[in-house]
Design a protein around this ligand. Structure first.
Ligand code: ZN
Ligand code: ZN
Length: 140
């Protein structure tokens, strides 16, 4: 189904033509520091995403990834890889969607980085930091 979303101030908005109905959570150090909590994101093919707003800026958070945010209100919006097999995907922060209707958390990575401070309930696919790093190393 199609979806819409925006940053807090509305200077950046977007439309998703289609996506899956599950999203993932990442507890890695970069996502924690960027969001202030947990990055929960819906994977969307770049061609299915239309973004509007010149306030969208990109922060080079690593050699492989970039993070898109609103330069006016500071909202964390998008994560994308610069190269490799998954470079055509954008990860849209689910908190910026206008509604979460029909979506469900499907899994979490780097879950051991929470140090047990909190945990998501339910049957989720889970990867530790070591498992996630090994998986990403295979993507090139
Ligand atoms: Zn904004
Ligand atoms: Zn992360």
């Amino acid at each position: 189904m199609s979806r819409t979303g925006r940053c807090l101030c509305g200077a950046v908005s977007y439309e998703i033509a289609q996506s899956g109905d599950t999203f993932g959570a990442c507890h890695c150090d970069q996502c924690r520091h960027w969001t202030g909590s947990v990055m929960m994101a819906l994977t969307v093919a770049k061609d299915d995403l239309t973004v509007t707003g010149e306030a969208l800026k990109w922060f080079e958070s690593s050699d492989w990834g970039q993070r898109g945010f609103c330069a006016t209100c500071g909202a964390s919006l998008f994560y994308r890889l610069k190269a490799g097999k998954l470079a055509g995907e954008w990860h849209v922060a689910v908190g910026t969607l206008d509604t979460l209707d029909g979506l469900k958390l499907g899994g979490e990575i780097f879950h051991d980085r929470t140090a047990g401070a909190y945990a998501f309930a339910g049957e989720l696919k889970r990867m530790t930091a070591a498992e996630a790093e090994a998986f990403f190393a295979t993507l090139g």
